[in-house]
Design a protein around this ligand. Sequence first.
Ligand SMILES: [Zn+2]
Length: 311
Amino acid sequence: MTKKKPVRLRPYYKTRYAYEKLRVCKHCGAYTVLWEDKCANCGRLALIPVMNQARINAKRSMQNERLIALAMTLIAVLFSQTFLQIVSCLLGGIALTVLLWRFQRKMLEPETRRQLNRLLRSSERRIIEGIYLNLTTASAAIRDDEQLGYEILREIATIVHNDRIRLQQIMLLQSFMLRKDMELVLEPLMLENFEPALAEYIGELAKIKRELIKHQAIRYVLAYEHEILHMKNGENIMTAVAGATVRMKTYVDAYPEFILRYARKLPKDRYLRLYRLVRRNPNQSWNGLRDEVSAIYNEKYRWDPEFQNWE
Ligand SMILES: [Zn+2]
């Protein structure tokens, strides 16, 4: 592996819905998930969030409805025979249009959502083309600016969920020096199959961001334990994950045999954590884990002052 680079990733803005990351060009209708100012397709400064485009569409369709109502009023007036008919058609038509307008004002939000659905459904092909263009930008960036490449892929991944993009992100992350204060994620990057880079990444997170190691990651390293142990750094990865697993009792309840297999290799602080957990739950044997923890204590830490006042 080449030397890891220090990076400072730009902040990642989480949105409630994936489509909120999508922007559309008002001029040519091209889509993007990136943060560029100019449309990559036509070069104009005309990119707006899809939600805004949906609101524009909703307002336009409502305006058309009002125009139809007014046109019908006008036609009725034209066909009127008496003055009274003219006046009543005019007043009736105007009153109906005002009512319609008031109703539409209340319906703007639901209508916008309906228009958004329509827009997304009818633009599926254009969205895919746009993301494809984004991907081309990403692969160009990856060659000379891995950080930018990763940031672009991270945006694309909010819309496109596939293993190729996940793997590319993992590979890029593995070329960075990861730090505790970085906005790192694990679950969105999880793969089904065994992938050494993912195992490495999990092992690294288990050291710097233990809170990201949850059931899914633990099950992953357990499913591929054999393969991981064949990696150069494999035993360290498994030990680091075991060390992260002792973070919470629920994980110890779920994976006692796993922790037992690596308990002896745990660094002191992780073992201390496990030791305290075991002491706090005197009625649990955890399939032999309790005995193993006692044995390790007797062999290695019996005289260690840190283990004396553990409460
Ligand atoms: Zn455009």
